[in-house]
Design a protein around this ligand. Structure first.
Ligand code: UDX
Ligand code: ADP
Length: 460
């Protein structure tokens, strides 16, 4: 049994931000396993097999290069992958529905259901199917139902094993996870499948960090963890508005509050709001779930976390317009940073999308700069055409600008020569620090009018 377990082939369907890094980590930690990652997107698979990976993530290049071709393979042959695998991870995208019932709230499960049907079509032996994508509660049950409609000789055991990695720190998070959560059925086959997955993670995760629950607790815990994290961000952002109105300083408030060991210091950084593929989607999914169980008051409670996030962005743009003498029409505004956070090229749900659009609506000439996310930015704003320009060089972006607006706290932005930037800009010059990460006294000394979220402005 031990030997058979060791040889189980692993497949991951969906070679994205979750599937790629997670499988690379499993391949590195379990050299005796064959790990294959498949995707319908050929270009993406080609990129995974090239020197330029499809996603930017610190440490990922080295990780992939160490295992690729040895026990880590990227392929578009999904049918073969399914046939040969014993354990199938599913990490296809589950965006917010844009149509029909639940549009704007519920998760769009079409990719995920297609995957279930593909597995059913190509499986000729028993499989453990593992949900990796964040999914609404009770999705595993639906997947089981689809998988049971086929040839009954093949047994499918569906587990929930949500991924908690954060982009930008994926490799570190996977190497040293706070916990690995595995949800499975309380049946003989369910317990055996859970044991298989525990055996896999035990290669590098201490056993006290591997947590097992029932399937639905596991699914709900993922939504709950993201909702709690997003709620912290919205809480501090809500207070940042009050700080601006009262001349308190949100960084001081966050520090004082976070030093309470019951509260803790993490995720108390005020800014332009949260982005990323998870928080908004999972909150709305939670709202939808509550509503469909008739829990309207609970749904309204979580909905407010999203409202504050949207509000923070409109409020930030209002501050910019007001500070610049109530008009930004035809003014050049350099948007520094488009990724939803530093150390990623991902722009899904990035606050920069909404803020750039609002600035364009005010007829500003927006110039976007980002060290990793320019290609995605172009795609996100393509309908705005000439209203937006894109500039690889931050100094060129700032030249002749009236204002520079920082939306992502990239390390390289801290090191910019702000004196040089100031001299190349139109006067009076403004800096808007949407991430409270620049030295505002220094900027003020150079001659900028400095606005940072949740703090009194420094005006010349
Ligand atoms: C998140 C969860 O952290 C992760 O566990 C889950 O698997 C997926 O969703 P991610 O979206 O990659 O990960 O990034 P995260 O670091 O959580 O940041 C989310 C957003 O919140 C970013 O836009 C970030 O800038 C913002 N944020 C975070 C703040 O504005 N302030 C903070 O203090 C922390
Ligand atoms: P995440 O952030 O959850 O990893 P991504 O969008 O980065 O999401 O990745 C999901 C991947 O799943 C995409 O590369 C997409 O092409 C792939 N995908 C979607 N549907 C299927 C499918 N039916 N079969 C294989 N891959 C799929």
């Amino acid at each position: 049994m031990g030997e058979r377990t060791m040889k189980k082939n692993i497949l991951c369907i969906g070679a994205g931000y979750v599937g790629g890094p997670t499988m690379a980590m499993i391949a590195r930690q379990c050299p005796d396993r064959r790990v294959t990652v498949v995707d319908i997107n050929e270009a993406r698979i080609q990129a995974w097999n090239s020197d330029t990976l499809p996603i930017y993530e610190p440490g990922l290049n080295e990780l992939v290069r160490a295992c690729r071709g040895r026990n880590l393979f990227f392929s578009t042959d999904i049918a073969r992958g399914i046939a040969e695998a014993d354990i199938i991870f599913v990490s296809v995208n589950t965006p917010i529905k844009t149509f029909g019932h639940g549009a704007g709230y519920a998760a769009d499960l079409q990719y995920w259901e297609k995957t279930a049907r593909l597995i059913l079509q190509h499986a000729t032996s028993d499989k453990i199917v593992v949900e990796k994508s964040t999914l609404p509660v009770r999705t595993a049950a639906a997947m089981s139902r689809i998988l049971r409609t086929g040839d009954s000789r093949v047994h499918f055991e569906v587990l929930s094993n949500p991924e908690f990695l954060a982009e930008g720190t994926a490799v570190a998070d996977l190497t040293n996870p706070d916990r690995v959560l595995i949800g499975g059925a309380d049946t003989t086959t369910g317990k055996a499948a859970v044991a298989e997955l525990i055996a896999l993670y035990s290669a590098w995760v201490p056993s006290d960090r591997i947590l097992t629950t029932n399937v639905w607790s596991s699914e709900l815990s993922k939504l709950a963890a993201n909702a709690f994290l997003a709620q912290r961000v919205s809480s501090i952002n809500a207070l940042s508005a009050l700080c601006e109105a009262t001349e308190a300083d949100v960084t001081e408030v966050a520090r004082a509050v976070g030093m309470d060991s019951r509260i803790g210091p993490k995720f108390l950084k005020a800014g332009v709001g949260f982005g990323g593929s998870c928080f908004r989607k999972d909150l709305l999914s939670l709202v939808y779930l509550c509503e469909s169980y008739g829990l309207q008051t609970v749904a309204d409670y979580w909905k407010q976390v999203v409202c504050i996030n949207d509000y923070q962005q409109t409020r930030f743009v209002a501050t910019i317009v007001q500070a610049m003498f109530n008009t930004v029409a035809e003014k050049r505004i350099a948007v520094m940073g488009f990724a939803f956070k530093a150390d990623t090229g991902d722009t899904r749900e990035s606050p920069a999308i909404r803020i750039s659009r609002l600035l364009a609506e005010e007829h500003a000439c927006v110039v976007v700069n980002d060290p990793q996310a320019l290609a995605n930015a172009r795609r996100d704003l393509t309908d705005l055409g000439d209203r937006i320009t894109y500039e690889h060089d931050p100094y060129a972006a700032a030249r002749n600008a009236d204002a520079i607006v920082f939306l992502t706290d990239w390390q390289e932005y801290r090191q910019l020569d702000f004196r040089r930037i100031f001299q190349s800009m139109r006067q009076p010059s403004f800096v808007f620090d949407g991430r409270i990460f620049l030295d505002r006294q220094e900027l003020f000394k150079i001659g900028f009018n400095v606005y940072s979220i949740g703090r009194p402005p420094l005006l010349q």
